[in-house]
Ligand binder design. Structure first.
Ligand SMILES: Nc1ncnc2c1ncn2[C@@H]1O[C@H](COP(=O)(O)OP(=O)(O)OP(=O)(O)O)[C@@H](O)[C@H]1O
Ligand SMILES: [Mg+2]
Length: 550
């Protein structure tokens, strides 16, 4: 039970923790942590796979998110328990590293902990379990590598299958064919060959979304979309074969930074003053026009007078463009962002086949497209409602990530629980040869992998035991690629169904899950500081305002 007083000397309590702190130790602490983590895993389990269900999450402000993405579910759940929070972190790390597999990693961690709990019941010490898990992790990674299939990194067909599999488990699965094409094209456009390998920075793929039209209207723009309108009504709204100036200083007459007074004693002086100002602004416009620019993107403001002069010269200008968008514009058009107009020349200009202001829903956006060999592109997501567009954005993130993963490391495995089953059976055979209690933990690790095919079957309304038995026997016969065909309701060769996933995702799941499980198992003392002094009469009645019991 919780205690704040760890020792007593001749009847006198020695206080080392603040009043209100709670402490749990030994098996008690372990069990509470394991239970908390298992509860989290249980919560996302039903979202795994193409037949998994979606969750509707309502935050404190009443905003609704509908998703089946593991990392998003956990983020929105606003979890409080420290051990449960570690699972949220595991999902987040997996999302940051590989972009997919966030539900699997949480489900697998939960299963590892549940197996560990059984071992703790059998009096196997947690350090033994951790050691067994660590050994099994290393072996599992080697086994995954053994069963992985090499693929050419730019094989469009395979990359599309990878993207389709990642999107198969999402709300937008009906339209995944066109979305997968967009994802593959986007990554191929921004990929750079460095030696034999490919480097892909997904920051170069901007994802914009706007409710309206339908998901089929989602497209790749070979350039950038700026959510701003053309600055002046007299400017052209469309320029073909545009030569683009990118300016990050204000096209205005700078006001002095200190307080200054100008004494004007004669109307001529006033006129001269205004003329001078106008001359400076005309000078700015002339410098831009002299470079041959037909379009200007400015990171800061553009004075009304400058706008007017630019409009007269037929130059399309957009002001207050975000810094990040300016950088992307530079990458997409091949132009340079300049600060000083005096050193500005034609060589700094970027190029685009078309710059045009278009109406998107109830906004006006400027499209910079048909860029030649752009190194930054935009995916514009459309969809029936806000919620669909939001989930499509998350699914697009997964698809872009998995395509990137395969380009970076061109190795894939089939999906549908087949690789988990295969690695599990090989890992068991290897584990049998270990000695001592570590063996028990290693074999449990292997068995925990079966949670993926079992859950896929369960979520598809199939009998998990029947499916597992059949999968085991098929894999024993050497049918490595057999997994759960959730749509056909049977076990099948997943390669025939074109279900492929990046090896990197599977590796990350193994690494993150076993690290998180080991970390939770090593904890045998939970000391929670009192959050605040309990008020004399807590408003919620006795007990309210007390520290949470971990
Ligand atoms: N057509 C399919 N048939 C069977 N299994 C499939 C199919 N498509 C995908 N899967 C499996 O579904 C699982 C992935 O499900 P899901 O995308 O819901 O979770 P995740 O990738 O772990 O997490 P998240 O996508 O939420 O980050 C993988 O094991 C994958 O092999
Ligand atoms: Mg997924």
């Amino acid at each position: 039970m919780a205690q704040a007083i760890p020792a007593q000397i001749s009847g006198q309590p020695v206080l080392i923790l603040k009043e209100g702190s709670t402490r749990r130790r030994g098996k008690d602490a372990q069990r509470v942590n394991i239970t908390a983590a298992k509860v989290v895993a249980e919560a996302v389990k039903s979202a795994l796979g193409p037949k998994g269900m979606d969750k509707m999450l309502v935050d404190g402000l009443g905003d609704v998110t509908i998703t089946s993405d593991g990392a998003t579910i956990l983020k929105e759940m606003d979890i409080e328990h420290p051990a449960a929070k570690m699972l949220v972190e595991v999902a987040k790390t997996t999302d940051d590293e590989v972009g997919d597999g966030t539900t699997s990693v949480v489900v697998f961690t939960g299963e590892l902990l549940s197996k560990a709990e059984e071992l703790l019941d059998k009096n196997v010490h947690s350090t033994m379990i951790v050691e067994g898990y660590r050994k099994a992790e290393a072996k599992a990674l080697a086994l995954y590598d053994e069963i992985a299939i090499d693929t050419p990194p730019t094989d469009r067909g395979m990359l599309k299958k990878i993207a389709m599999t990642a999107m198969a488990s999402k709300l937008i699965r009906e339209n995944r064919d066109c979305l997968a094409d967009v994802a593959v094209d986007a990554v191929l456009k921004v990929a750079e060959k460095v030696g034999e390998a490919y480097r892909v920075d997904l920051d170069d793929v901007e994802v914009e979304k706007k409710a309206g039209e339908s998901l089929v209207g989602t497209k790749l723009i070979e350039g950038i979309v700026i959510d701003k309108e053309v600055a002046h009504s007299g400017m052209p709204k469309r320029r073909e074969n545009a030569r683009i100036a990118l300016v990050d200083s204000a096209l205005e007459v700078e006001k002095p930074k200190f307080d200054a007074k100008i004494n004007i004693e004669h109307p001529d002086q006033m006129k001269a003053f205004l003329d001078e100002e106008e001359q400076m602004m005309r000078g700015m416009t002339d410098k831009i026009a002299a470079s041959g620019a037909s379009v200007v993107f400015c990171q800061k403001g553009i004075d009304d007078v400058v706008q007017h002069f630019l409009a007269k010269k037929g130059i399309l200008a957009v002001r207050r463009v975000k810094k990040s968008s300016m950088e992307k514009l530079a990458k997409a058009t091949g132009g340079k962002v300049v600060t000083n107009l005096d050193t500005f020349s034609a060589g700094d200009l970027g190029r685009a086949g078309l710059v045009e202001e278009r109406r998107i829903g109830d906004d006006k956006w400027v499209f910079v497209e048909a860029c030649e060999n752009p190194k930054a592109v935009t995916v514009l997501i459309r969809g029936g409602t806000e919620k669909i567009v939001d989930e499509a954005e998350r699914s697009m993130h997964d698809a872009l990530c998995v395509v990137r993963d395969v380009m970076r490391r061109p190795k894939v495995v089939v999906g549908g629980g087949a690789p988990e089953m295969e690695v599990s059976s090989r890992l068991k055979a290897w584990g049998e040869r270990l000695s001592g209690r570590v063996q028990l933990a290693a074999i449990d690790f292997a068995e925990a992998l079966e949670v993926i095919p079992t859950t896929l079957a369960e979520n598809a309304g199939l009998d998990p035991i029947d499916i597992l038995v059949e999968l085991r026997s098929r894999h024993e016969k050497g049918e490595e690629g057999t997994g759960v065909d959730v749509f056909g309701g049977q076990v099948r060769d997943m390669a025939k169904l074109d279900v492929y996933e990046p090896l990197t995702v599977k590796e990350q799941i193994i690494k993150s899950a076993s690290e998180a499980a080991s970390m939770i198992l090593r904890i045998d003392d939970v000391i929670a500081a009192g959050k605040m002094k309990a008020p004399p009469t807590p408003p919620g009645g006795p007990g309210a305002g007390m520290p949470p019991q971990y």
